[in-house]
Design a binder for this molecule. Sequence first.
Ligand code: DPP
Ligand code: ZN
Length: 843
Amino acid sequence: TVTQYLADWRPYPFQIAETRLEFDLAPRATRVRSQIDFRRKHAGDLVLDGAGLKTLALAIDGRPLDPQRAEAGRLVIPAAELPDAFTFSAEVEIDPEANTALEGLYLSGGMFCTQCEAEGFRHITWYPDRPDVMAPFRVTVRSDKPVLLSNGNPVSSAPGQAVWHDPWPKPAYLFALVAGDLVAISDSFTTMAGRAVALNVWVRPGDQDRAGYAMESLIRSMKWDEEAYGREYDLDVFNIVAVDDFNMGAMENKGLNIFNSKLVLASAETATDGDYERIEGVIGHEYFHNWTGNRITCRDWFQLCLKEGLTVFRDQQFTSDMRSAAVKRIHDVQTLRARQFREDAGPLAHPPRPDNYQEINNFYTATVYEKGAEVIGMLKRLVGDDGYRRALDLYFDRHDGQACTIEDWIKVFEDATGRDLTQFKRWYTDAGTPRLTLAENWRDGRLTLTFRQETAPTPGQPEKPPRVIPIALGLIGPNGDEVLPTTVLEMTEAEQSFRFDGLGARPVVSLLRGFSAPVTVAREIAADEQALLLAHDTDAYARWQAGHDLALDGLIARATGAEGGAAFSRAIGGLLDDAETGPAFAALCLALPGEEEIATTIAARGGIPDPDAIHARREALARDIARAHEPALARLYEVMQTPGPYRPDAEGAARRSLRLACLGLLSRLDDGTRAEALFGAASNMTERQGALECLIAAGRDEAALAGFAREFSGNRLVMDKWFMVQALRAAPERAVARARELAGRPDFDWMNPNRFRALIGGLTANHAAFHAADGSGYAFTVDWLMRLDPVNPQTTARMCSAFETWTRYDAGRQARARAALGRLAAMKGLSRNSAEMVTRILA
Ligand code: DPP
Ligand code: ZN
């Protein structure tokens, strides 16, 4: 296994004037002919990447080379054999049907499609498969499929053949090709400069009526990027294609985005509010990549967060503008904590910009994506909205058409604002989540806040110098009035004090407003002070956080044997009284912290989490809350109905989320009676799935599951939900057996990544089931990872992260997890992807 290092990057010796490709598509034997016009820029040999290619012919300027010169993975032509400008040509044969890894050119349901990020293009032909080598592409596709697509603008199209030209230089990872029996829903967009762009969303015949929301989302994205960033689209057409077999969510190939069908297809009957929101967000994300990723790309894969962090940040802004900014922020914080903080606290911790890797596909992580976005949020807070806008304008001006680094990114902020960001850069280079401790001192109208920051060592990084932490805070007086509006403190030292004078009475600190930095907070705060913040804080995130902390403290008190949660339950009373004015917020507050989060918090406080006790006590608190507030919950459950036809907008989604939050609590009292009624009556998938989850948790699911499967057996995406909710929501003592039974069904099409993630991923997210004391959850998961690895290493490796928390549990569980991981590690022929993951997890 070879480790790649950031420090080893060298410029490529050549630039490419044009890349010409010709495809003769056939499932078992596709011919790819390539011609690449190289021009020398620096001294050095011509090095090309290739993987799994049957090389039939190679030539330089038409002079044949021996195809045997290609070794496994590399073709090197010494500088001495090359003029300063030359055309390299190759003819290779590849087998798309055998490509179950879904990297390169493959078949999905009879459709040819591609996935080239990060290093998939080398499975198509010989090429400098690195992001800093950019070229215009001319592509000819020959096939008997009716629809033939590639990047850029169409040049010509006739039955059996289409030619495409992409004038914008791009790296090979943005190449795409699709050939299939597809139909489009079409629309158009006129850019701010008045150019008309033809828009198509391509789906399988019969799916057109579920593609409309994707199209609307695309149009909103194009408009938003013009208004918010001044970025205009730059080709005559924009195509989106939905495919069923896809390792990721979606891919931003230039002018031809390829999407996992679950992020395109939606109707009221088949998709939830959450699905709609994700579709809008991911359509936006991939579209926004056109400028942040494609026009300006990454110099090397260590810089992945340059495009991903920024594009996530932009899609978060987009969703905030389309829906509710407060709700979006709370959702994003929840995701960050659940996925990124967890990663940062374990053996897989790495900085947003890592400096080494074995398999780049293992670094499409929450740290690169979500923390990468948080870091940009902090930058924006530090330089202000105007500074941010100037820096981004400079970034687009200075770097259009280039392959860039995090250093380039930081420099535009320094040049546009005059700030020195040397210390800030640590957020990119250092792993780990800083822990911020607050000590308060109150005396004679003066409040002194002393903060300490500390970051625990992470793999390969024992020392953690202090970082710049923007701490947004406000002060709330004892009567609930805000006595200090949001103020941003800039912490730069390991320990630092800030004073606030002239205060009449001791206020409560509303800390880390808007979640101004990705840190954990440790502070002494009384339950009644948290309740005061929950009732009166002006910052929605801080209000939610106060309630959430109250619940978490109560749950942890219970999980360690004490009574807890009474203060939270009392606070819920006030919240339910005005729930109607902010239903989405009320729903978020009603949701108890998840079992995984409780376990994380116990571990962070030095304890050993007991998954069974956590589950039991969380259930008990939910029952207590339901009992204490039954009339209010029952009333809201009725009031929050959404009459009329389903609309996937934020208002309707907010009402349904509160309704389902009430139902979840009430189901603990009525054994699922209301859920059964709702399941039978609901006309939208949001309420149907919500009701089904309650029925599964209540163990009253047989009829509902059978009816659901009958109704939706022909719809893969809906059946994925059916598999997922059973694994995820089944009571822990039943879940592993249930998952095993489901895995034996003929429709458990495990080679399909969505189906595999639905069932196996669903189980790993069922905390007490996955961490069952007898090790059955670990063993079941590893059995399936071992089965998938030879077929699809990328998806297998990503799912190994289910084990990243294994060392926080008791000795018995640790031994069972280690044994399961040991079996995987010892598997003959284990992929490089999974081998890297298991080695890091066991290190
Ligand atoms: N397709 C993935 C994304 O958009 C990787 N670029 O994030
Ligand atoms: Zn992306």
